[in-house]
Design a binder for this molecule. Structure first.
Ligand SMILES: *Cc1c(COP(=O)(O)O)cnc(C)c1O
Length: 378
């Protein structure tokens, strides 16, 4: 293993002997009659945690969004509204089903999809909205749900970054027809790679079970009703996820602690805005994120480079999807919040291994970067 011990990582999990022992157990006995035991245990525990009727574990959140769109019958010719600021995995599956993504602006109050922008994006072809709980924040689900109900649109909640967040006492993952989670190694709860789809609708649940396993017949062995997908999670991954789920309150508490350490240490840094927590929400702060006032002229790429010189790993705020070669969608003049915030945002180190001292070191470095830029830009 390479020695990166002196570098402060941007993301990463908390793994204890509990996880190691669950995975070892699954490696020993997650076979034969037990070959679905760990997956079913993880699914049941997860459904209960987010207060949904059904949960299906999958190899990734990308696969979960893909199956969500398929089970909701989104297809060629349909439009799906998705925020311009998110990881591409929120949008790529729209193309997998030959539908068209329409990029909505974000709300400066929540950094999540703007309800006004959703309304502006609606056309005769709109079939669905994918809302994203960005960095653990949550959008105005009350309004979004009512817009979707009024226009007969289905709603998918991409809660990949928000396990442990809540909106008006309802957990992230309990909004919309379907919600999805990611257990990628950077996420708060990890299975290495992995994802979960949750829903209260039995029709979606049954369809997803069918689609994730090659469209097999439930009553005739090796009989395939449709060409479908192979999207299953292994017993070892599920055992890891189930162990992490036992510790979820602790993991979320640590993310919130990291954020509060930063907020305290940066309280005098007036040019910096940290993650929003709108009224009635609890933000699980997957990534503590700072937006630097544009007057400092310090763009995110430069900030990431400056931190890197001090052995600190940061990440740039997501680029607007509409701005990248993958899409080059014409939103000119629209999505002004996305285009205004994105160039100056950085994700600060938020790995679950961080101590208060690590956070203070990053904050000191950040203040020094801000200070030297204040001088040079004067
Ligand atoms: C991480 C992430 C995904 C994708 O998750 P995978 O498990 O890597 O497929 C989707 N949406 C958002 C918002 C994410 O942050």
């Amino acid at each position: 293993m390479s020695d990166k011990s002196s570098r402060i990582p941007v993301a990463g999990p908390s793994i204890t002997e509990l996880e190691v022992s669950y995975v070892a157990q699954a490696a020993r006995d997650g076979w034969f009659a037990n070959s679905n035991f760990y997956q079913e245990q993880f699914e049941a525990g997860f459904a209960s945690y987010v207060n949904r009727k059904y949960a299906v574990c999958l190899p990734s959140c990308t696969a979960a969004i893909h199956l969500a769109l398929l089970s909701l019958e989104i297809k060629s010719g349909d439009e799906v509204i998705v925020p311009d600021i998110t990881w591409i995995a929120s949008a790529a599956p729209i193309s997998y089903v030959q539908a068209t993504p329409v990029f909505a602006d974000i709300d400066p109050k929540s950094w999540c999809i703007s309800t006004d922008s959703i309304i502006e994006c609606i056309s005769d072809r709109t079939k669905a909205v994918i809302a994203v709980d960005l960095y653990g924040a949550m959008p105005d689900y009350e309004k979004i749900t009512s817009i979707c109900n009024d226009r007969n649109l289905v709603l998918i909640e991409d809660a990949a970054q928000a396990i442990g967040s809540s909106y008006r006492s309802r957990k992230a993952g309990s909004f919309g027809d379907v919600s999805v989670f990611s257990f990628h190694g950077s996420k708060t709860l990890t299975t290495g790679e992995g994802g979960m789809l949750v829903t209260d609708r039995e029709d979606i649940y049954k369809r997803v079970l069918f689609l994730r396993d090659h469209g097999r017949s439930s009553h005739r062995l090796f009989w395939n009703e449709e060409v479908a997908f192979k999207y299953k999670m292994s017993a070892m991954q599920a055992a890891l996820g189930y162990a992490q789920l036992q510790r979820i309150d602790q993991l979320v508490q640590h993310k919130r602690k990291i954020f509060h350490w930063y907020r305290e240490a940066l309280k005098d840094a007036k040019e910096v805005i940290l993650n929003p927590e709108i009224e009635g929400c609890i933000n699980s702060y997957w990534m503590t994120t700072a937006i630097i006032d544009s007057s400092l002229n310090l763009d995110k790429e430069r900030t990431v480079t400056l931190f890197s010189r001090h052995n600190i790993d940061c990440r740039p705020f997501f680029y607007p999807l509409s701005s990248m070669p993958a899409y080059q969608s014409n939103v000119s003049g629209k999505n002004t919040v996305a285009y205004t915030l994105s160039p100056y945002g950085v994700n600060l180190p938020s790995a679950l291994s961080l101590s208060e001292n690590d956070v203070l070191k990053v904050a000191d470095c950040f203040k020094a970067i801000l200070k030297s830029n204040r001088i040079t830009s004067d």
